[in-house]
Design a binder for this molecule. Structure first.
Ligand code: F6P
Length: 319
């Protein structure tokens, strides 16, 4: 019987559990022993793994987080640490690992490939910043969490006629800021990929006030500018009441949406199909709604483009 393993790594994302469930159930159906590695690559170096049976992944499809726990493992860049992980895999006779995570996790997978371990990547990060894939597990849930928060903020912003600066996650990616801006009817979204002059933002808010708007919402991706800094610049320039809200890690938790569960299940099941087809060193991607695969090399060295035309749309629609 063939032995395979699955792990989750990097920032957790709602829907990871649905992907684990799919890997375990489809893997079992195809006659594989499926091992769950706890705490990502870090757990692998410590031999933190156990065999998962189909019942072990019952009642998790609707749960946020990851039953396998996750970790960021900087040490995994070092060869002697990678060798420890490989030794664990050899001990359990595991020749393929399915890695659920973001681009950092895919780099870890590639390191295993260099030691002769086969790997397949499933894109999961709320940032939706992985090149070539339209979608990553967790993005939809996170976006909806942000929207719910923004709708609530809008209520109080209206009541007090205030400007709000809302900081969302995304150190290098403005996807959450961009699409939450469009979906919430914000005045401006500030993203790291296209840094806006603050004078433009000030002009926009000033113009909104002149046009009779009672409140404004500015969304900032954490990698573009902090809410505190943005707030100070705007209140100093316009002498208006500004409040800030940093949404933080609530954006990473919660029940996965239908979209996240569906993609996670499709990714997990397809990953096992790829093992049967003897494919490896690839990440799964979504392209025009279809699940496809792409070499890790291309995914890791590629760059995800942000559709900056949406920034213009946010501006035009918030008059
Ligand atoms: O997982 C992605 C992400 O949520 C980013 O949006 C954010 O910048 C980062 O992780 C926060 O990481 P941590 O939880 O390790 O502070």
């Amino acid at each position: 019987m063939k032995n395979i393993a699955v792990l989750t790594s990097g920032g957790d994302a709602p829907g990871m559990n649905a992907a684990i469930r799919a890997v375990v159930r489809k893997g079992n159906k195809e006659g594989f022993n499926v091992y769950g590695i706890s705490h990502g690559f870090l757990g692998l170096t410590k031999g933190d793994l156990k065999k998962l049976e189909v019942r072990d992944v019952g009642d998790i499809i609707h749960r946020g987080g990851t039953i396998l726990y996750s970790a960021r493992c900087e040490e995994f860049k070092e060869v002697h640490v990678q060798q420890k992980a490989v030794a664990t895999l050899r001990e359990y006779n595991i020749d393929t690992v399915i890695v659920i995570g973001g681009d950092g996790s895919f780099r870890g997978a590639q390191a295993l490939e260099r030691h002769g371990i086969k790997t397949i990547g499933i894109p999961a990060t709320i940032d939706n910043d992985i090149p070539f894939t339209e979608y990553t597990i967790g993005f939809d849930t996170s976006l909806n969490t942000i929207l719910e928060a923004l709708d609530r903020i809008r209520d109080t912003a209206t009541s007090h006629e205030r400007t709000f600066i809302v900081e969302v996650m995304g150190r290098e990616s403005g996807q959450l800021a961009l699409y939450s801006g469009l979906a919430s009817g914000a005045e401006v979204s500030l993203v790291p990929e296209a840094i806006e002059e603050m004078s433009t933002v000030i002009h926009k808010i000033d113009e909104s006030i002149r046009l009779g708007k009672k409140h404004s919402i500015v969304i900032v991706a954490e990698g573009a500018i902090s809410a505190a800094e943005c707030s100070k610049i705007i209140s100093d320039a316009l002498h208006i009441e500004v409040r800030t809200s940093v949404l933080g890690h609530i954006q990473r938790g919660g029940k996965p949406t239908a979209r996240d569960r569906i993609y996670a299940s499709r990714f997990g099941s397809t990953a096992v199909d790829l093992i049967l087809e003897e494919k490896h060193d690839v990440a799964l991607i979504v392209n025009e709604g279809k699940i496809k695969m792409k070499d890790f090399d291309e995914v890791i060295t590629g760059k995800k483009n942000l559709d900056t035309s949406i920034l213009k749309m946010i501006d035009e629609l918030s008059i």
